[in-house]
Ligand binder design. Structure first.
Ligand SMILES: C[S@@+](CC[C@H](N)C(=O)[O-])C[C@H]1O[C@@H](n2cnc3c(N)ncnc32)[C@H](O)[C@@H]1O
Length: 207
């Protein structure tokens, strides 16, 4: 799997260098002084969203399973004069900081269906109490479109699936949307996405 991504990232700027518009809009609403100031971008590729968050005052960590993409991310951060702690690691091996993250951004992080729930459970665990998850990914209707994403329906999202995977979080937004993608050569044209925002409860919820 990581070999596939390493091959793809031989070409630089696969999903562009500019941040995702939903990320920009939603992160803009939160002050970097919120909670513990820490922000994590799992499966972050070349770091387009990490760079933007770092420029806006967040303490940014990112990881990706592609060594090539991670090297590009670290170089882009250096060139931009911002600090991004990017690691080359698999989502199931990443060791999160134990204080957790105020914000986690998950962008187009589509796992095989047998791993998706487990991955989303890990992401939930990495949020600190009160922390916010901001997610955008392709919805099932994307299968009929050629603007990007996996060609496997079981890897695509529905609002119901995300509601269930992140059942312990308080949902703020969970909607399908049609967007015009202009994110490098692999995300171009009309796309069908799910946009999901949720927050970890502030206090322990007793089951
Ligand atoms: C479609 S790209 C999106 C990259 C980035 N989030 C963005 O929006 O620009 C999906 C990314 O997930 C990474 N990825 C897929 N499976 C992974 C895994 N198990 N662990 C870590 N990264 C993974 C790939 O290497 C790739 O960079």
């Amino acid at each position: 799997m990581h070999h596939f991504w390493d091959e793809r990232y031989q070409q630089e700027g696969v999903y562009g260098k500019d941040p995702n518009p939903f990320w920009v809009r939603e992160l803009d609403r939160i002050s970097p002084d919120a909670l513990n100031h820490r922000l994590l971008l799992p499966c972050e590729g070349e770091g387009r969203n990490a760079l933007w968050a770092a420029r806006n005052g967040w303490a940014v960590e990112a990881f990706d399973g592609s060594a090539v993409a991670t090297a590009t991310c670290l170089r882009w951060a250096k060139e931009a004069g911002v600090e991004v702690h990017a690691q080359h690691t698999d989502a199931f091996e990443f060791e999160a900081d134990e204080s957790g993250y105020s914000v986690i951004g998950l962008f187009y992080a589509h796992m095989p269906s047998n791993l998706r729930m487990q991955f989303h459970e890990r992401v939930t665990h990495w949020l600190c109490p009160g922390g916010r998850l901001i997610l955008e990914g392709f919805g099932v209707q994307q299968l009929g479109l050629l603007s990007g994403g996996p060609r496997d329906k079981s890897m695509l999202f529905t609002p119901e699936m995300l509601r269930s995977d992140f059942a312990s979080l308080e949902v703020i937004k969970n909607e399908t949307a049609s967007v015009v993608l202009d994110e490098g050569p692999y995300h171009q044209g009309l796309g069908h996405v799910v946009q999901f925002i949720a927050q970890k409860p502030d206090q322990c919820v007793i089951p």
